[in-house]
Design a protein around this ligand. Structure first.
Ligand SMILES: NC(=O)c1ccc[n+]([C@@H]2O[C@H](COP(=O)([O-])OP(=O)(O)OC[C@H]3O[C@@H](n4cnc5c(N)ncnc54)[C@H](O)[C@@H]3O)[C@@H](O)[C@H]2O)c1
Length: 437
């Protein structure tokens, strides 16, 4: 049984800690947020993630998983420490490394035994070397034996546990082959490809992967906008493209653009790194511009459909940045609500999981109990997040309660023929405009 300390008990840290415990390791999860740790110790999850509560409960019961705010307790006999703290955007789009620095300093202050430090947070290229420098400088001696390994995380919120347990690959970067091998041992039972490389390359693999996925989404959104002008259907374009093995179908769904805690800050941070080092990241800039415009475009479509947004009531279905999570960071719905309110619209909204977190962020939004309440008196209904529970709504009932039967399907989830048959005016993304005559 290996002793693992996971620092930062957010989406990545909590999933990592619970999964490593489930693989038979002794894991201590450390966080500076006392309330979060107190709640975890009562079995209350800080995030909505399918399967997480059961996983945590099972491993806490088995004595393999504990939660603490005490650095000394968590680091005492850890052979491995995983850094999973946040790396938010700084003022110029750079990754803010203040939390990573705090963890490195705590390790320098507390640890007196050989330790492998594994960085799971998404950090700029060169951060592994920087962490080693911070520790060396802080201690002022050379008597701590430590190795830094980069192990970027690729899990998706909403599918985090299965992504951790069945990853497409594990990436490990280190200047020390032996340290990388030790970390590889932790993942061996997952039987997945393990890419071992140097520190900087591993750090870059994470940024390049996220930037590429964001690029695919922005690409198909640009194609969708062209389809709308030319009368083609982007859904079938994506299907036709996706059968090509060189292209594939994933991440080719046109919609309201990408959001969440990773893509926006990671694309920005990569562009910032590029500029800082004298290159001109024109593709990354375009990818971000297209994404920004996609949110404005849906507001423009609503304005056109209603002549003006002033005094109009807009119902929003879905607040989280994607289904199966309550994460609303950089969620398209939130920015769209803000834009609608700026133009004088009143907003009603519902989300299956993100109502509590969203209520702290949103001002003057009527939060409803279900989609039907959202539709009551609405001049238009916008689907912002494609939750399963929105797939098969009773649209006859919705038609009866709306003031005007206008549907803005921001995720191309619904059947336009059925909705136009029922008398709705339907707008999808990249499908042209279908008006019931
Ligand atoms: N969320 C994702 O889907 C995802 C996926 C892949 C990679 N990542 C990356 O992983 C990192 C963590 O992301 P997250 O979404 O889990 O963040 P998060 O904000 O959900 O959690 C971070 C946690 O770290 C804690 N923390 C901050 N400083 C600390 C310290 N000094 N000691 C102990 N705990 C501390 C915070 O209290 C918080 O609970 C980021 O770099 C992110 O880019 C996230």
């Amino acid at each position: 049984m290996r002793n693992i300390c996971v620092v930062g008990t957010g989406y990545v840290g909590l999933v990592t800690g619970a999964c490593f415990a489930d693989l038979g390791n002794r894991v201590t999860c450390l966080d500076i947020n006392q309330e979060k740790i107190d709640r975890l110790n009562q079995g209350i999850m800080p995030i909505y993630e399918p399967g997480l509560e059961e996983l945590v409960e099972r491993n806490v019961k088995a004595g393999r998983l504990v939660f603490t705010t005490e650095h000394a307790v968590a680091l005492e006999d850890a052979a491995f420490v995983f850094i999973c703290v946040g790396t938010p955007s700084g003022v110029d789009g750079e990754a803010d490394l203040r939390y990573v620095r705090e963890v490195a300093e705590s390790i320098a202050d507390i640890v007196n035994h050989p330790i492998v430090i594994i960085n799971k947070s998404t950090v700029p290229v060169g951060t592994g070397d920087w962490v080693a420098d911070v520790i060396r400088k802080r201690r002022g001696d050379n008597d701590l034996q430590f190795w830094v390994v980069s192990n970027p995380e690729f899990l998706r919120e909403g599918a985090a546990i299965s992504d951790f347990m069945s990853p497409d690959r594990v990436v490990l970067g280190s200047l020390d082959q032996e340290a990388a091998n030790k970390v590889a041992q932790l993942y061996l039972s997952l039987r997945c490809p393990i890419v071992v490389t140097d520190l900087r390359t591993a750090e870059m693999i994470k940024y390049a992967s996220n930037a590429f996925l964001a690029t695919r989404i922005s690409f198909i959104n640009e194609i969708a906008n062209i389809c709308e002008e030319l009368g083609a259907d982007v859904r079938e374009v994506a299907t036709g493209m996706g059968y090509d093995k060189r292209i594939g179908r994933a991440f080719l769904d046109a919609g309201l653009g990408w959001g969440g805690s990773c893509f926006p800050k990671d694309v920005k941070a990569l562009a910032h790194m590029a500029v800082l080092h004298g290159t001109h990241p024109q593709l990354l800039q375009a990818v971000m511009d297209i994404n920004r415009n996609q949110r404005r475009r849906v507001v423009m479509k609503l304005r056109r459909a209603l002549d003006t947004l002033d005094d109009k009531v807009i119902g929003i279905l879905g607040l989280s940045f994607k289904p199966n999570t309550d994460d609303i960071r950089e969620a398209p719905a939130l920015e769209i609500i803000h834009l609608l309110q700026n133009e004088g619209a009143a907003v009603r909204a519902y989300d299956p999981a993100a109502m509590e977190v969203a209520s702290a962020e949103l001002r003057n939004v009527t939060l409803c109990e279900d989609p039907y309440q959202v539709a009551e008196g609405a001049d238009a209904l916008l689907l912002a997040t494609e939750w399963n529970e929105f797939k098969h709504l009773d649209f006859e009932r919705i038609h009866q309660v709306m003031r005007r039967p206008i549907i803005m399907d921001g995720r191309n989830l619904w059947n336009r023929e059925w909705l136009t048959f029922l008398g709705f005016t339907y707008f999808g993304v990249g499908q042209g405009i279908y008006v019931n005559e």
